[in-house]
Design a protein around this ligand. Structure first.
Ligand code: 57M
Length: 359
């Protein structure tokens, strides 16, 4: 909105020219989202407390989690509203990809909201049925894949990191592929969200990494120089990623150990879907396995643990899945697990960025 209101004034006052620049708008989108979180965060937390939207804690989890009972949840409403407001303020609203990311963010937050809400009504740690949750996620993700597929300029070729000459065309299969990326990321972030700041830290790191990818893939000359697929219009997604990173930092202010609020499914499902949709739009879908490597590790730990548990009728690979519980049960204090997992995320993000030069 600010872009549409203020940039046209550059013909009278040249200083308004600055609103044309993606870099400028990305930085301010981040700061705006951060400040929204700072200012309305305490009010949102008080409201969630007053409405008694407190977390129910599963009794079979690590002992240290029992003290967390009653911590307000659904703080994701704060992150998501900051991202949406800031994106609406700073992006070019005629850009199709901006609306796709907003659809993913808001759509998945509604699924998460219903899940959290049911959990609160039932007063137990279960909301929607697993099947109901998956079906609604899949339908929405397929819709996003379909909208991208019918968008005239969208390229259905896959970008394979390090292999510039291998780029298979998935055709309509891209709809399915995009849906798998979006639903997979949404659920992987949800599984990771089990310690204070554990999901939001790597989310901020991934958002900053994709700021770089969105910028370079949306810039014809840089994309050509780096031999990346050029995606006309994806530059505006840099601003969305800026808003994601800023809102993430703002939320971390309150979610850092010991957390004053949890994000709930309304936050985790939607942030994951937002990240998945960004990876699809920027044509860096496969690289997401590395950028969001921590989410992948957490999800794999669950898949292996559940698989092994069923195959061996009750034996386990990890003390408890997802992986963060394993380290907690080994005796690592919670902040140590969190910060070490952040460090791993930063390393993976740096390796991902290095692929820009490796092809
Ligand atoms: C939700 N939710 C957290 C909070 C957050 C298949 C199975 C592995 C699924 C998995 C599962 O249900 N995962 C998804 C995880 C919960 O956090 C809430 O949920 C929201 C995210 N959806 O925003 O509202 C708890 O996590 C802690 N927390 C923090 N700080 C935060 O900032 O400390 C969350 C955010 C909160 C709080 O304690 O209550 C969760 O962990 O429940 N299930 C599991 O993770 C379970 N694992 C399990 O059963 N493993 C088995 C295998 C065979 C499946 C095994 O390894 O033996 C464990 N989860 C818990 N207790 N809580 C089991 C024990």
């Amino acid at each position: 909105m600010l872009y549409h209101l203020l940039y046209p004034l550059h013909t009278q006052i040249s200083a308004f020219n600055v609103f044309r620049y993606i870099t400028f708008r990305s930085i301010y989108a981040g700061l705006t989202a951060l400040l929204i979180c700072f200012f309305i965060g305490p009010w949102v937390i008080r409201k969630l407390q007053a409405l008694q939207i407190g977390q129910y804690i599963q009794q079979d989890g690590p002992q240290t989690h029992h003290d967390k009972a009653g911590t307000p949840t659904m703080g994701g409403t704060l992150v998501i509203s900051s991202v949406v407001i800031s994106t609406l303020l700073w992006t070019d609203l005629t850009n199709f990809y901006v609306w796709i990311t907003l659809l993913a963010t808001v759509g998945f937050s509604i699924i998460g909201f219903i899940d959290d809400y049911l959990m609160l009504i039932k007063k137990r740690n279960k909301g929607l049925t697993a099947r109901g949750k998956f079906a609604s996620q899949a339908l929405l993700a397929l819709l996003i894949g379909f909208l991208l597929y019918i968008f005239p300029n969208f390229d259905t070729h896959l970008t394979i990191p390090l292999l510039k000459n291998v780029s298979p065309d998935l055709g309509w299969g891209y709809i399915l592929f995009a849906a798998v990326v979006i639903v997979g990321t949404s659920n992987a972030v949800n599984l990771t969200d089990g310690l204070d700041g554990l999901a939001i830290g790597p989310m901020i790191i991934a958002a900053v990494t994709y700021m770089v990818f969105a910028y370079v893939t949306g810039h014809f000359k840089i994309a050509e120089y780096l031999q990346l697929s050029f995606v006309a219009g994806s530059g505006e997604i840099t601003i969305f990623c800026g808003a994601l990173a800023g809102a993430g930092l703002g939320f971390l202010w309150f979610n850092t150990y010991p957390a004053q609020v949890f994000m709930g499914d309304v936050g985790s499902l939607s942030l994951g879907a937002a990240l998945g949709s960004v990876a699809v739009i920027t044509k860096q879908e496969i690289l997401l396995v590395l950028v969001g490597g921590l989410f992948v590790l957490e999800a794999l730990s669950v898949i292996f643990q559940v698989g092994y548990f069923k195959m061996t009728k009750g034996r386990r690979i990890f003390r408890m899945a997802p992986l963060h519980h394993h380290f907690e049960l080994k005796g690592w204090p919670e902040p140590k697990v969190i910060v070490r997992f952040w460090i791993i995320s930063i390393m993976l993000a740096l390796i991902s960025l290095s692929t820009l030069k490796l092809r």
